[in-house]
Design a protein around this ligand. Structure first.
Ligand code: BES
Ligand code: MN
Ligand code: ZN
Length: 506
């Protein structure tokens, strides 16, 4: 990841390859006037019509000897009335990408001085750094034929005065850690399935725990058998690699305060099993552990920031493979909570491993449980790659997730859990079956999970569409997006105990 640092320096005096300024459409004249003496070329750019402040436009100005850096980049924010954290992220991403094309390695930016379009300077800076840093991601570790990766390596925030330093240092530190979490999640999701399989995923969780300060316990196959996690074992039957169940614990406040539990789907490769998937694009299913990666990334950020709450991460991990020993349609599995499910389709495997993890979560008597899973193609059909599916049993928890989604732009859209959909997953021979066929596929998957939750507030995020991007956009790379980390950190950073839910409490 590029470095981000705060320096006690005026932006005019900073020794960088370029300085980045932002401007809304309305404020172009004001900006060029204020720089008229120092850098007359800014006003030339305005008069020629190049400098407009249009959203995502970037103008490069050669600043002469007036400032220390050789160039100025002026990024357009669009009209002030439409300014949002997201337009700032996108403007910053455009600027950082242009900088990278120009082979700029070190980009500096001044701290914002006043509210703009109702956005506080702290929030402006965070959004700008997020957009800039997150746009400089590439999964390049296996590419051996290029040495210059052409990415910005260093961002310097210029805060010349002590008061500003004090004000913005926490923002820089927070955003750095947040972006590290997103990069970690993207790296895990993008890593090939011969690098990340259950045991190596557990190793990477251990490393993250050591760096950030959370504990990691890894249950092996024998321990999983002793517990009776029939879902995880059933999915694992076709695989040559053993499953793991990863338990991550961060205790940031009194032990007596119940934790929030995050559960992440950790299918390190999903072939579909005996209900084999078609060959086209099957390699995307290396990211079928993105939910797990998001949970690891979130624990990393929360623990590094020492947020004052208790947080547990649970990751059931296995491959889903066909073989002579694989689970077959018609099999009946028995889960940790004693319930049974008939296997209708071995490709509906995510819900089977989540079922055991959701049942396990009850041991913590948690304040809330949130699971993240690349669970259904049906969710991609419903919401595309734009929003994650949201489901759950607790109104306030769902509303909080929606608010965090709007703020981070990791948007979520609620789908109903009407009882009638339950008809689709009734089984003649077991408590439930693992597929209801095509209708309402994202909902029936969530309803399946609901059979296995304990007595706690629960939310389920189907990230099948948002975890794997079909193409690069703004600050999102193609492939693993890192979705979930910014959403959950936003939810947790101001976490308050949930009120009882009228619909679910007696
Ligand atoms: N991992 C897939 C869902 C998926 C699809 C994630 C596309 C990301 C992109 C999941 O395990 C799966 O195969 N679900 C099946 C369920 C069906 C058999 C009921 C699906 O969606 O087709
Ligand atoms: Mn599947
Ligand atoms: Zn899957």
């Amino acid at each position: 990841m590029p470095s981000i640092e705060l320096r006690r320096k005026d932006w005019k005096a900073v020794d960088a390859d370029a300085v980045l300024l932002f401007v809304t459409e309305e404020r172009v004249p004001e900006l060029s006037r204020s720089l008229a003496e120092l850098i007359p070329a800014v006003d030339d750019a305005r008069r020629s019509g190049d400098l407009t402040g249009k959203a995502k436009s970037v103008v490069v100005i050669y600043a002469g000897k007036a400032i220390r850096a050789p160039r100025l980049l002026i990024a357009g924010l669009g009209p002030e009335a439409r300014l949002s954290l997201e337009t700032i992220r996108r403007a910053a991403a455009s600027a950082a990408k242009r900088a990278a094309q120009l082979r700029i390695q070190h980009l500096a930016l001044p701290t914002p001085t006043e509210d703009l379009g109702g956005i506080r300077p702290e929030d402006f800076l965070q959004a700008a750094l997020e957009g800039a840093v997150l746009s400089q991601y590439r999964f390049a570790k296996y590419i051996t034929t290029q040495q210059d990766n052409g990415l910005v390596e260093r961002f310097t925030v210029c805060a010349p005065h002590t008061a500003e330093q004090r004000r913005f240092q926490p923002v820089v530190e927070f955003t750095r850690t947040l972006c590290e979490g997103v990069f970690l999640t993207r790296d895990l999701a993008n890593a090939p399935p011969n690098e990340i399989y259950p045991e190596t995923l557990a190793e990477r969780a251990r490393e993250a725990g050591n760096r950030a300060g959370f504990s990691v316990r890894v249950l092996n196959k024998a321990q999983i058998e002793r517990l009776g996690m029939g879902g995880l074992l059933g999915v694992n039957r076709g695989s040559a690699r053993p499953p793991v169940f990863i338990i991550m614990e961060y205790w940031g406040t009194r032990r007596s305060q119940p934790p929030i539990v995050l559960v992440g789907k950790g299918i390190t490769f999903d072939t579909g099993g005996i209900s084999l998937k078609p060959a086209a694009n099957m390699s995307e299913m290396k990211a079928d552990m993105h939910g797990a990666a998001s949970v690891i990334g979130t624990l990393y950020v929360v623990a590094r920031l020492r947020l004052p709450l208790n947080l547990v991460g649970l990751v059931p991990a296995t491959e889903n493979m066909p073989s002579g020993s694989a689970m077959v349609p018609g099999d009946i599995l028995r889960f940790l909570n004693g319930k049974t499910a008939e296997i209708e389709n071995t490709d509906a495997e995510g819900r089977l491993i989540l079922a055991d993890a959701l049942a396990y979560a009850e041991r913590y008597k948690p304040q809330a449980v949130i699971d993240l899973a690349t669970l259904t193609g049906a969710c991609v059909v419903a919401l595309g790659h734009v929003a994650s599916g949201l489901f759950g049993n607790h109104r306030e928890l769902l509303e909080r997730l929606k608010r965090a989604g709007e703020r981070t732009y990791e948007r979520v859209w609620e789908l109903p859990l009407y009882e009638e959909y339950g008809e689709l997953i009734k089984s003649d021979v077991a408590d439930v079956k693992n597929s209801g066929g095509r209708p309402a596929g994202a909902i029936t998957a969530a309803l399946f999970l609901k059979h296995f939750i304990g007595d706690y507030p629960w939310a389920h995020l189907d990230i099948a569409g948002t975890a794997i991007a079909p193409k690069e956009t703004d600050y999102m790379p193609k492939g693993g997006t890192g979705v979930g980390v910014r959403l959950l950190v936003e939810l947790l950073r101001t976490w308050e105990p949930l009120p009882p839910d009228p619909a679910t409490s007696p």
